[in-house]
Design a protein around this ligand. Sequence first.
Ligand SMILES: [Zn+2]
Length: 242
Amino acid sequence: MRFFLTIILSLFFLPTPVQAAALRVPILTYHYIANNPNPKDIQRDALSVSPDKFEAQMSYLSQNGYTPITLDTLYGIYNKQTSVPAKPVVLTFDDGYIDFYTNVFPVLRRFNFHAVSFIPTGLIGGGYYMNWSQIKEIASSGLVTFEGHTVNHVNLPSLSYTAALKQLVDSKNIIQANTGYPVNFVAYPYGSSNGTVQAAARQAGYAGGLGIWYGKPGGPSMNMPRIKVSGFWSIKDFASRL
Ligand SMILES: [Zn+2]
């Protein structure tokens, strides 16, 4: 009798299983990590974080137990193939500027941090961009994955499906040929996509697409949100966005 009573009581008093909250991993977006050479260029100001501030942010992540991961690792977590590391965060850098090689890569190496670089393949080797030998050197460290950002940094929704698909496929193939690693992700230039562009990205073989709308993704998507880091943020502002 007491046994059944215990079972009946326990049905009422056992805590109901709580569903684990969806993992929301911040994906941070950076462009230039450099001091603005022209203070009158306000547009560039909005896309720049100074090397000092960037280093302080990486130091904050390190001291507070964050684990920067690649998007491949994030998808491994989504697919339950990879266990969740402590405080995962994804560091992404758009456009393949030379300051990624001079000001970012040495810091990543020092902290042993993983990162993702989105490169428009047609601009590589031009003024203020990295060249392929620098990209190969960085890729061979195993810390950074290079992902798609189209060939010509085009506004994809303005193109026909065929033209958008060509931009997405060609850039993917060129990066893969140069780094030897599969390219599974695309950041849409200007964060700009629509259903047609996302379908083309899927057909091109990308597993995920990234915009620049604000938020933290809770799972795989062809239009993931990101958090654009402002050069005007204090370290407290930075910490509050993670
Ligand atoms: Zn871009």
